[in-house]
Structure formats: C-alpha cells, structure tokens
Ligand binder design. Structure first.
Ligand code: ATP
Ligand code: MG
Length: 575
C-alpha cells in the first residue's frame, strides 16, 4: 500500500521527474567536459606556448561549462528535490487520511508517540531517499559512466583498469556496511518512538506527576530511554563511520597506482601530459560521487527501513468496514437491540451479554450501573466504534451494518465520557469547525447547555482560545462545552455518556430540562452514576456485569427495591 502510494506519486509527477532527470544527465555531461578541456589547455600551452587566442577559447569553454552546470543544476534541483518535498507532504497526508480511517481498536494498541514517529521521521527518511538520494545516485552514476568512458576510450584503458581496481572493493564495503546501518536505523526509529511516547505522556500527565511528586522518577525513566536512544544512535554511527574513511583509503590506493603507472606512461610518451592531467581530473570527479554513494546507501537503507515501517501501517485495513448493500434512508432515531453480547477484540471478558432493548423515536433512555458494567461499551457499539454482529442492533428497523458509516455516525450527537476539546476557540469547539453554524446557533447551544454565562465572563468570550485539551477551563465547563457541541447538531439521537458528572445538581437539572424541551421528537440516551440525571427518562435500565438487571421508570424501579433503589438510597443520604 505504501509502495503503491509512492508509485502513484511518481506516475503523477512523471513529467517533472523526467525533465529533472534529463537536466541531471545534462549537468553530469557538462561537468564531465571539464577535465578534458583542462587537459587540452595544458597540451596547447605545451605545444604553442601562451597562444592568446587558444587560451581565450578554452577559458570561454570553462566559463560556459561553469555557467551550464549552474543552470542545469538549478533546474533539476528544483524539480527533483522539489518533488521530494511534495512527496513528503503527499505521504504524510495519505498517512493522516489512513490513520483517520483506522478503528478505535488500532488506537487502543498503538501509542501516540509511535504514530508521531511515523508521520515525522519515517516520512522524512522516505523523502530523503526519493529526493536528494535519488538525484545524487543518478548524477553520480552518469558522472562515473562518462568519466570512465573518457578515461578508457580517449586516454588509456590499461591505466583506467588499474586505477579502478579498488572500486569493486569499495562497493563490497558499501553494501555490507549499508545492511548493518539499515538494521541499526530501525532500532533508532524504535527508540525515538519510545522517547516521543514518554515525552507526550509526561506532558499530558504533568498534573498527576506533580501531584504525586514523581518528577525525579520520571526523569530517571526518561534518562533510561534517552540512554537507549544514544546507544542505538552510536551503534548506527559506529557502523556508518567506517564507510567514508574506508572508501577514501581505497581511493588513495587508486591514486597511488595511477601516479606510478600514469607518470611512467607520460615519460614514455604513451600519453600526453594534458591527457594525464585530464585522467586525474576524471579520477577526482569519480571520487566525489563514489564517496557520497556511501552516504546515499545509508540514506536509501534508512528510507527503505522507513518505507517498510510505513507499509506495515498502510497495510492495516480499517476493522470497521462498510457493508455491501448500503441503505440510503435517513435515520429517524428508533433503536432496537436484540440479544446483543460483546467481547472486546483481543480480550476474553464478556462485557455485554444478552442485551435486549428498544427505544422509540422521541424517547429518552437512562442507563445507570456500577463502574465497569458496560454502559460506555453499549453506546460505543451503537456508533459502530467496534464491529457489531449482524442482526443485533437496528436503527429504524434496519441493521446498523447496513447504513453507510458516515450517515450512521452523523445521526448521533455523542458526548463521550472522556470528552475532548481542541486547543482552539470555544466557538470552533462548539461548531466543530463547521462554518454552517451561525453565531446565534452557537450561543443558543451554549445557553441550553448552561455554559453561556461562563463563556461571556471570559475575556474573549466565544473567541477565547482553549489550552491543550481545554486545560484553562474547569471540568464542568469542559463537559458543558462538549454538550453544546452535541446539541448544536440537533442530532436524531443524543448520547450523553456520564457527561454531567462534573456539573452540580442544580445546573444538571437545568440542562436536562433544556434537553427535554429541545428534543421533543428525538431520542436521547443518558448514562450517569447519579439517579438525578436519569430519573426523568422514559425508561431506565440498570446494567450490572454486562447484563440488564432492572428496567422501568424511576418510580417502578424504586418500588422494585433492587440495585436502583439501593443506589438512590445511598445518594439521597448524601444530599
Ligand atoms: P464507567 O461507569 O466506569 O464508565 P462503564 O460501565 O462505562 O464504566 P465500560 O467502559 O463499558 O464500563 O467497560 C466495561 C468493561 O469493558 C470493563 O470491564 C472494561 O475493563 C472493559 N473494557 C473497556 N474498554 C475496553 C477495551 N478497549 N478493550 C478491552 N476491554 C475493555
Ligand atoms: Mg463508561
């Protein structure tokens, strides 16, 4: 999948890549003319003395070579290196798009730091490979080819073979060390991911860390990870550091062989002095790309390691798939659940068993139950956050698997238990960046969730920017902004998952009254721990250990004298 994305990109940019490569070839060709012109100039000087006209022509050649190199290099760098940058953006965008599609299950397993490492380091390593490294490879190969051709064909093939004897050794060294670098780079990426995880978790959890005076311990843990990172980086450097000096050593041998044999050939008159100088020029020219081949191999090996890592992510398909015969009907909001049982993927614990439930359009269901009893799981299944077996959950009589996922989820206004606010303005948080909502609608939603006054007391009112995850407002304020976000949608089904837990009982009663008023013909599900939040619902279910233990209205449940009654008794003592 990652490779397919890459191929698609290259195909889409084939014209700029082709022109870029063409100019690259041209650059290499022009550069390769230089030693020849230099050699010629020396031979002319030797034969003619300082003949002004000939020297003048050769100077003009050299200026043209410099100018031509400048122009052609400018064009290919812009195209090829520019494409590398475009590829980086494209790949990151595709990764982001893919990550957005992946189900909650994926995020339960993968850490944020790892995913950040993919989006930054790995994408960057791929860019380096398909931008600068590709350019350097082509450029280097052409220079080597033209130089070797000129050395062998126009100067002397015996001298060429002798001078290039160490080159196969150089390639052997490069390939062997390259393989080691690739493996070690994978470790570097992994330890970067761990560090990034740790930093991210520490920043998010800084309040808990401070409250439990864990700074020292956290620092020690961090130092351990940092030491691992240093070690894996040093391991990689230890391998890659061999590369350039070994290559240079091999080249020194080349020069020594060339000097011994070449100078003898000049003395014997087999080649001219100018040709010998041109030959040396070519040998020096070859040296630069071959030395940088070492670096290129490292970049390519890293890029390939990263491409493989990205491929692993891209090959994960979203666990929640669209059905085949999708229903186009709009959802009105009646819910039916038949014999629903559920176990989380990769877990053995049965979280919900044999749930049977029906909510008519316009009714409110209250859900109460001990912590861990399965309340959040039940509502998450309604939104298909996890796969639900066919024939278990129906909306308006149609299986939820038969609705288009977007349409299904869009019919809900969901305030999850761990409500999330973005570090943006309150207004944008309420309307979720959708400009379709007017300021009046935003204010109306805020009034109904009883947060309007608190917002108006802020310095910038609705334009007040929230800190990360809304750190600069209280827990109750966060919950009410999240409720406003759900209310502004005026959804067919509203779900409040423990969304009033941080709100005082008087405000809670006001919000519930507003919701009842607003949502006369629309369904709502309210999950709570407080009886006061669910007592006015049309039906209340008490969930215990994944089963519906009791059901009925507030009065019916009180009369039953079961768990609901016990909870209400304990809570009334607290009032
Ligand atoms: P609370 O009142 O504390 O919010 P809840 O009734 O909403 O609790 P759930 O969050 O639905 O409870 O959890 C029900 C059970 O499912 C718990 O035992 C929990 O450990 C388990 N569980 C929740 N999320 C996952 C998950 N992603 N993977 C595996 N098990 C999970
Ligand atoms: Mg819950």
């Amino acid at each position: 999948m990652g490779k397919k994305i890459l191929i698609n990109f290259i195909i889409d940019h084939k014209i700029s890549y082709s022109i870029g490569i063409l100019f690259m070839l041209l650059t290499s060709y022009i550069q390769a003319l230089f030693p020849k012109v230099l050699g010629n100039t020396i031979d002319i000087l030797k034969i003619d003395g300082f003949n002004f006209k000939n020297v003048y022509i050769n100077i003009a050649y050299i200026v043209c070579i410099a100018f031509g190199t400048f122009l052609t290099t400018y064009v290919w760098r812009n195209l090829v290196i520019g494409n590398g940058r475009r590829l980086e953006c494209y790949l990151r965008e595709k990764l982001f798009e893919h990550l957005q599609k992946l189900s909650i299950e994926f995020y339960n397993k993968n850490k944020t730091g790892d995913l950040i490492a993919y989006a930054i380091n790995d994408v960057n390593a791929v860019r380096m490979t398909f931008g600068p490294a590709t350019a350097m490879t082509i450029n280097g190969m052409v220079i080597c080819f033209i130089s070797i051709y000129s050395m062998a064909r126009t100067i002397n093939w015996r001298l060429t073979i002798l001078s290039l004897l160490p080159v196969p050794v150089i390639f052997f060294i490069m390939i062997s060390i390259g393989r080691i670098v690739r493996n070690r780079f994978k470790k570097v990426q992994e330890s970067f991911a761990s560090i990034s995880d740790r930093v991210q978790e520490n920043i998010n959890g800084i309040r808990v860390i401070k409250a439990y005076v864990q700074e020292e311990d956290e620092l020690k843990n961090f130092q351990k990870l940092n030491d691992q990172m240093i070690k894996s980086n040093l391991d990689m450097v230890a391998a890659s550091s061999y590369l350039s000096p070994l290559i240079e050593l091999c080249f020194s041998i080349s020069f020594v062989l060339n000097l011994i044999m070449g100078s003898n050939m000049v003395l014997k008159g087999e080649i001219s002095l100018g040709e010998f100088i041109a030959f040396n020029g070519y040998l020096t020219m070859i040296m630069a790309p071959i030395v940088s081949f070492g670096r290129i191999i490292t970049i390519i090996q890293r890029g390939m390691a990263s491409l493989n890592r990205l491929n692993e992510i891209f090959s994960i398909s979203p666990k929640i798939q669209e059905g085949n015969n999708l229903v186009e009907k709009p959802i009105m909001g009646s819910i039916e659940i038949k014999n629903l049982s559920f176990t989380y993927p990769n877990s053995k614990e049965i979280v919900l068993s044999d749930i049977n439930l029906s909510i008519s359009q316009g009714c409110t269901l209250g859900i109460i139950g001990r912590t861990g009893s399965g309340k959040s799981t039940l509502v998450n299944l309604l939104l298909r956050m996890y796969n639900v077996e066919k024939g278990k959950v129906f909306l308006d009589g149609i299986d939820i698997n038969d609705y288009k996922l977007d349409r299904l989820r869009d019919s809900f206004g969901f305030v999850p238990q761990d409500n999330f606010l973005f570090s943006d303005s309150i207004c944008n948080n309420i309307k979720f960046f959708k400009d379709a909502y007017s300021d009046e609608q935003v204010a109306y939603a805020a009034k109904n969730s009883c947060i309007y006054e608190s917002i108006m007391n802020l310095q910038n009112e609705f334009n007040e920017i929230l800190g990360e995850r809304g750190v600069n407002i209280s827990g109750g304020q966060k919950q009410r902004i999240s409720i406003a976000r759900a209310l502004i949608k005026d959804p067919k089904i509203l779900i409040l998952d423990d969304a009033l837990s941080a709100v005082d009982t008087i405000t809670e009663a006001k919000i519930l009254r507003n919701i009842k008023e607003l949502r006369k013909n629309k369904s709502s599900i309210i999950i709570a721990h407080r009886i006061s939040a669910v007592m006015h619902a049309d039906e209340i279910i008490v969930i215990d250990k994944g089963r519906i233990l009791e059901r009925g209205t507030h009065l019916e449940l009180l009369q039953k004298g079961g768990l609901y009654y016990d909870i209400s008794k304990i809570q009334s003592y607290n009032f």
